[in-house]
Write a protein that binds this ligand. Structure first.
Ligand SMILES: [Zn+2]
Length: 178
């Protein structure tokens, strides 16, 4: 799957959570989810630019998805607390900001995890087999996650980005409608 397809898959998979966040927490939380999900959607393909990594190897496992999501969530928590401390040193009330650090880190964690899992699913749709098959639990289990339906450069990329965009817009409209 190409970059567009992965971004579309991430938007599609996070659309229900977007709706829930916008409805119960507000627009900025939905926007945060959107930025994180689209930001990491193609991260597993960093293995194509890294000499010592096999394509669709470690970066296409559940362990990589979990590790990146935990690091992103923890990083967001620390950056947010740092911002609140800086705010209080400048005389800005940081009590409210501090209390938002945990929810911010949870949204970043959930957005990253859903997006990265959508990457594995989208790659599993492609015909890639053998070394190109996605093995989510490697090296503990060599079982393939493979549906083998389309080539990675198929028009499904365009369909996914369109469907993901529409799903997000739909959820936004539904969430803000009276
Ligand atoms: Zn990939």
């Amino acid at each position: 799957m190409h970059k567009d397809g992965h971004t579309g898959a991430a938007l599609l998979l996070t659309a229900p959570l977007s709706y829930w966040l916008i409805t119960y927490a507000g627009l900025p939380w939905g926007a945060l989810l959107l930025v994180v999900a689209s930001g990491v959607a193609s991260l597993p393909d960093i293995d194509q630019k890294t000499p010592f990594l096999d394509h669709r190897g470690f970066t296409h496992t559940i362990w990589f998805c979990l590790a990146v999501s935990i690091i992103a969530g923890a990083g967001a928590y620390l950056v947010f607390l740092q911002g609140a401390t800086l705010g209080s040193s400048l005389g800005i009330d940081s009590v409210r900001a501090t209390s938002q650090a945990v929810p911010v880190s949870l949204v970043v964690f959930a957005g990253a995890l859903l997006s990265l899992l959508s990457h594995l699913l989208a790659d599993a749709i492609t015909v890639g087999n053998g070394k190109m098959a996605v093995r989510p639990f490697w090296p503990m289990n060599y079982k393939k996650l493979r549906f083998g339906l389309v080539k990675s450069d198929s028009s499904l990329n365009a369909v996914l980005i369109a469907a993901g965009g529409l799903a997000q817009v739909g959820m936004f409209v539904a969430a803000v409608s009276p």
